[in-house]
Design a protein around this ligand. Structure first.
Ligand SMILES: C[S@@+](CC[C@H](N)C(=O)[O-])C[C@H]1O[C@@H](n2cnc3c(N)ncnc32)[C@H](O)[C@@H]1O
Ligand code: SF4
Length: 397
């Protein structure tokens, strides 16, 4: 499997946020809305066009990711309109990778054909589980049969690079049930898999129920067993764990997410989307009305903007990059930000190495197999400021 060659400047990627869903899942805090009146979808498309015209969006982004929310929730004509407007601003045919997120209940052959014709090269479908009780617990709108049918529709349309998202660590879930989910996902022959441990995000229904004592978090040991078993099962099936939660099969890694983890520049459009260019970060207004009103008035729909210090940029580079199997190239980070990372962080690097959590191989810093189990804690030690305040488009949109 070929690895992506990295230079110090990997260009700028584009993230397009489509904030509509058929239901709001109990675990999800991404910017998404359930709207009855679908004329809001048209307002969204007009505002997106206006926002793209306001921004320095490169004609040839490194990668494009159309995510959500649920892009496949748009009706076929609106999906056509979405891609037509994107193509006016960006040369999708020349992009290294164009991903679209889809949900099983709303993707079909026709929508997949529209996306493929517009230049989409990769689909990512949120499955989460094949078990009826767990799907209900998570508020998912689909059944296991619906997933199988959706994969059939995507393949019939000609999709050759298909990723599936799964969630483990759901309250009451035994290891055998997670193994069953993995087997059923593998039986669909995906080209890539993302397997996330369930997290309890502020403001979600699950977090509310956890605090009220109505549900109990799965034990740490059980979750760890699931994490380790995932790696064994997927490795045996020929998948490479190129990042803690991401496994590359025939389709290779997700280049777009890899670009984030390598702290590449990106422009994000849509409600709640963020952009990051050489240490300058901006995050859009989340409420769809406020975001659309601003964009349509030709005013950047930005809620917050900040410039990171070199120390903050280094901390984030390690926090993001340490989850990659290839580790973090400290010399590359130093060249991009303009500092000597090894010298600046030597006491902390030494401490983590002494505890057996990281290894240093020349300029490359990598988690050990022990460190893999504490990746979040190790990574957040390098952050300057509050870890909760730092989010990437791949985990909080
Ligand atoms: C925000 S969703 C967008 C894609 C699509 N709408 C869907 O439902 O899959 C992207 C992925 O993030 C993951 N995700 C979102 N919130 C999560 C949480 N609290 N814990 C674990 N995974 C989560 C899910 O696996 C989901 O497929
Ligand atoms: S997980 Fe997906 S479908 Fe569910 S609310 Fe979040 S974005 Fe929407």
């Amino acid at each position: 499997m070929s690895r992506i060659q990295r230079t110090d400047d990997d260009g700028t990627s584009l993230y397009v946020h489509v904030p509509f869903c058929v239901v709001k899942c109990g675990y999800c805090d991404f910017t998404s809305y359930v709207v009855e009146d679908t004329s809001v979808h048209d307002t969204f498309l007009a505002a997106l066009d206006a926002e793209l015209a306001l921004l320095p969006v490169p004609r040839h982004p490194t990668t494009v990711f159309v995510g959500g929310g649920t892009p496949s929730h748009l009706a076929p004509q609106r999906l056509e309109a979405l891609f037509a407007l994107l193509r006016r601003h960006v040369d999708l045919d020349a992009c290294g990778e164009v991903t679209m997120e889809a949900n099983p209940e709303s993707i079909d052959r026709r929508k997949a054909e529209i996306a493929l014709a517009a230049g989409v090269s990769r689909f990512s479908m949120g499955v989460q589980s094949f078990d009826a009780a767990r799907l209900r617990f998570l508020d998912r709108a689909h059944s296991a049969e619906c997933v199988v049918a959706a994969v059939g529709e995507l393949r019939a349309a000609g999709v050759v690079n298909l990723s599936l998202d799964l969630i483990f660590g759901v309250p009451g879930q035994p290891l055998s049930a997670w193994e069953d989910d993995l087997e059923r996902a593998l039986a669909l022959q995906p080209d890539h898999l993302s397997c996330y441990a369930l997290t309890y995000e502020p403001g979600t229904r699950l977090t509310h129920e956890l605090r009220a004592g109505r549900i109990a978090r799965l034990g740490e040991e059980e979750e760890r067993s699931m994490f380790l078993r995932t790696r064994e099962v997927l490795h045996a099936a020929g998948f490479r764990a190129y990042e803690i939660s991401n496994f590359a099969g025939r389709g290779g890694p997700c280049r777009h997410n890899d670009h984030y983890w390598l702290q590449g520049d990106y422009v994000g459009v849509g409600p709640g989307a963020s952009s990051h260019r050489s240490g300058h970060r901006a995050t859009n207004l989340k409420p769809i009305e406020a975001w659309a009103k601003s964009a349509l008035a030709r005013v950047p729909p930005v809620a917050t903007a900040e410039t990171l210090t070199p120390e903050q940029r280094v901390g984030e580079a390690i926090w993001l990059g340490i989850r990659r199997a290839d580790g973090v190239d400290l010399a590359r980070v130093g060249r991009r930000i303009g500092c000597d990372v090894r010298t600046a962080l030597w006491p902390l690097l030494e401490r983590h190495r002494a505890r057996g959590w990281i290894e240093l191989d020349g300029d490359t810093m990598r988690l050990t197999s022990e460190g893999l189990l504490f990746a979040d804690a190790v990574g957040s030690d390098y952050l300057v400021g509050e870890p909760d305040a730092i989010q990437t488009p791949s985990d909080r949109r």
